[in-house]
Design a protein around this ligand. Structure first.
Ligand code: SF4
Ligand code: SF4
Length: 405
């Protein structure tokens, strides 16, 4: 009987199986001959014991980099000698994940030469993930990648590899060039990416519109979400075409506008309360030929999303409702550097920026950033004020007074 019956079960069915891939790697690569068997055996044990058998490995460095290689060490190297050290590497992906086949072959050849050949295209941060190699191969991989113009991604207490949606390359909704933006900030903040300088990790993600295809609002400390400052554009001839083809625009589009900003008036779709439109994208998604974003485009800057560690999942908060996003993105870079300086000065070890804001108050952050608070930032007025009143008037007090009765 096989040593790994549960793993063998995962080869059945019509879908690709990682078990089959691991077995194939073991047959075709000397480096994997022992490791592939150990990988399957240890996974079988992990299923049986209902616990993971990898240590939290920390960071393994290569020359010039403080992050990028994630140490994987086994808890029982005596039982699984092929996995004593079996590290994961992150490789900085091209913006929008566009490759030529030549470049794909190139990166796979480098990994085949020095590692397991097992990959994950792509990890949740966006990087290409190389799964499994020994410590002595790390520097040769980094050297080969560098020679061909590839770069290692980020890990540790650094700016993690920035990621954006495909944006204008394939999507008419894009309100700014997410590809150019991500390429630019990746190059500008190389030091922050490769030499971990912060209390903990921090992320920048960019989506060209509110559909937020890279989930920046839920996954990144700094989310840049495309939006428009003027009014969305409606082509009523196209609306009529949708209606003529049988679409119930009233119930499917108008009734689902979250702010009642649009109405059907005499058979025409109209933006009757433009100031209430929250740019949620619903009407545009439903009728892309008839409704489009406005022409004065830019992005909203949000701060503070993260997945759970201590305080559970946190969605980001709007800090700057509208910022023009044009090269060289000076306004964004100045904003980001100033926010990071504040976090770096005040954050505890392993405290994300949202946790620091939670600890000291949003008003403290806004005061440092010299940004006026707005009423929408008040979480629970009076009972538990999110904005604390000071004896001296905070910036924006006059604006607040309009809302106090
Ligand atoms: Fe298109 Fe918006 Fe998705 Fe980007 S986030 S790919 S612009 S729909
Ligand atoms: Fe309403 Fe959203 Fe369309 Fe604005 S984008 S009008 S909020 S459905």
């Amino acid at each position: 009987m096989s040593e790994t019956p549960m793993m063998d079960e995962l080869e059945k069915g019509p879908w690709p199986s990682f078990v089959t891939q691991i077995k194939r790697a073991g047959e075709s690569k000397a480096l994997m001959a022992e490791s592939s068997k150990d990988l399957l055996r240890q996974q079988e044990t992990a299923f049986t014991e209902k616990q993971g058998l990898w240590k939290h490995g920390g960071i393994v460095g290569v020359k010039g980099y403080g992050g990028g290689v994630i140490g994987r060490y086994h808890m029982r190297p005596e039982d699984y000698p092929g996995l004593e050290h079996f590290h994961t590497m992150r490789i900085n992906h091209p913006c929008g994940w566009f490759y030529t086949t030549d470049k794909l072959r190139e990166v796979c050849d480098i990994w085949d030469k020095h590692g397991s050949g097992l990959t994950n295209f792509h990890g949740s941060t966006g990087d290409i993930i190389f799964l499994g190699t020994n410590t002595e191969h790390l520097q040769p991989i980094a050297d080969d990648l560098s020679e061909k113009g590839w770069d290692i991604g980020s890990s540790g207490s650094a700016l993690r590899t920035p990621t954006g949606c495909v944006g204008p390359a394939r999507c008419e909704y894009a309100c700014f060039d997410t590809l150019d933006f991500i390429h630019d900030v990746t190059n500008t903040f190389q030091d922050e990416l490769h030499r971990p300088p912060f209390p903990y990790k921090t992320k920048i993600k960019a989506s060209g519109c509110c559909n937020d295809c890279v989930a920046a609002m839920g996954r990144s400390d700094t989310a840049v979400i495309g939006t428009w400052r003027d009014e969305l554009r409606i082509d009523n001839d196209a609306v009529k075409e949708y209606m003529d083809s049988g679409m119930d625009v009233q119930s499917l589009v108008v009734d689902n506008c979250p702010t009642d900003a649009i109405e059907m008036v005499n058979g025409k779709l109209e933006l009757v309360r433009a100031e209430d439109c929250t740019r949620c994208m619903h009407c545009i998604n439903m009728m892309p030929k008839a409704v489009r974003p406005g022409v004065n485009k830019g992005a909203t800057i949000l701060c503070g999303a993260k997945a759970p560690v201590l305080h559970g999942a946190v969605l980001s908060t709007v800090i700057i409702p509208f910022m023009k996003m044009e090269p060289p993105y000076t306004e964004f870079k100045e904003y980001w550097e100033k926010a990071m300086d504040w976090w770096d000065e005040n954050g505890k070890v392993r405290e994300r920026i949202s946790e620091l804001i939670d600890r000291v108050g949003l008003d403290t952050f806004l005061k440092h950033m010299e940004i006026k608070p707005v009423p929408q930032m008040v979480k629970t007025p009076r009972a538990n004020p999110y904005i604390f009143w000071r004896e001296e008037a905070p910036p924006g007090l006059d604006e607040f007074k309009k809302y106090i009765h």
